[in-house]
Design a protein around this ligand. Structure first.
Ligand SMILES: [Zn+2]
Ligand SMILES: [Zn+2]
Length: 334
């Protein structure tokens, strides 16, 4: 057992000494990172990554592309996560600038997996990746200073509408997009003067790496991105200019100001977006959280799952037992 202090809270770290233990206060150490560098033979990269993950008992997802790696991983001890990071960097001979670390009591992933993609962040710009080094990046400190002291700038959230909705920077514009590939069209529609100072941000910084290239191609030279994204800002400047929670791409759904898993949001059982409205299922009577959009749809409304919604639609007067989903069942068995 070792102790780890995070944002004023002390957690007991159980390094899985007893795998049969039903203790739930085990702490998972999570890290989000990316690195742009040329990769060839992506299948071999995949094999190497799986070996490294297996060796250090790491769970998570790595997106592999010819332009680099983009990932969130988790391990059940700080030591294991550190060894994973070290071996990954040694293996590929890279120096990753920003590891955005956080914690969770529940495993944020069920296994380790990789995906091979043309782009490590989908921007519709395959083959166009940032040069090594700094391209108009502001540190959380510099970013905070601009937001607090300057007036003449445009602040744009490059994330999706539902990410914006659960938390963003004070005064940020919501592009109201479904996916990042829609960002350029949104930007065009704003007719922002070329010389205007523009600040863009995203979760961990990777979308902005591509976003900034796109804006620079259009002749905007006064664009800046938040280095390390919201996650790094929240770690260095908690409860300052960012309001609400930050959406993350794993079981935690979002993290709060202490970078702890959200206590407010779960994934909507119908559509997979963040959900926070409590309902009681009209078929099985189990409580569930739904998102606002699904709550408006007659056939999803007040049901806890796709199954209950379907069963209710064919037989509205009949009650039935709650159907435990596969992953839930696996977790309960542990
Ligand atoms: Zn929904
Ligand atoms: Zn139900």
């Amino acid at each position: 057992m070792s102790k780890l202090s995070n944002a004023g809270k002390t957690h007991q770290v159980d390094s899985r000494l007893n795998p049969d233990s039903t203790q739930i206060n085990q702490l998972f150490h999570i890290s989000t990172f990316y690195h742009f560098f040329p990769l060839t033979d992506l299948d071999a990269v995949k094999v190497d990554l799986c070996k490294i993950a297996e060796k250090h008992k790491t769970l998570g997802l790595v997106i592999i592309g010819p332009e680099g790696l983009n990932s969130t991983v988790a391990a059940d001890s700080a030591e294991a996560l550190m060894q994973f990071k070290k071996e990954l960097q040694d293996h590929f001979q890279i120096q990753i600038e920003n590891f955005k670390d956080s914690f969770s009591d529940a495993p944020p992933f069920r296994r380790f997996s990789t995906k091979i993609r043309d782009e490590i962040v989908t921007a519709g710009l395959p083959g166009r990746s940032p040069e090594p080094g700094i391209n108009h990046h502001l540190s959380p400190e510099e970013w905070d200073h601009v937001l607090k002291n300057e007036k003449d700038f445009v602040l744009i959230d490059t994330r999706n509408w539902y990410e914006y909705k659960i938390g963003t920077f004070k005064g940020a514009i919501n592009p109201n997009i479904e996916k990042f590939t829609e960002f350029p069209a949104f930007f065009e529609s704003q007719h922002i003067p070329k010389e205007k100072k523009i600040l863009i941000f995203c979760t961990g910084g990777i979308r902005c790496e591509k976003g900034i290239l796109e804006l620079q191609d259009k002749g905007y030279d006064n664009v800046f991105q938040l280095n390390g994204g919201i996650l790094k800002y929240m770690a260095e400047k908690p409860r300052q200019e960012f309001e609400g929670e930050c959406f993350v791409f794993d079981n935690r759904v979002a993290v709060n100001a202490d970078l702890q898993p959200s206590q407010v949001y779960k994934l909507c059982p119908h559509c997979g977006q963040p959900a926070h409205i409590k309902i009681e299922c009209k078929r099985c009577d189990e409580p569930a959280l739904l998102c606002e959009s699904c709550l408006e749809l007659e056939w999803k409304k007040d049901t806890c799952s796709k199954n209950c919604s379907y069963q209710y639609s064919i037989n509205p007067h009949k009650k039935g037992k709650h159907q435990v989903q596969h992953y839930e069942a696996a977790r309960l068995k542990k």
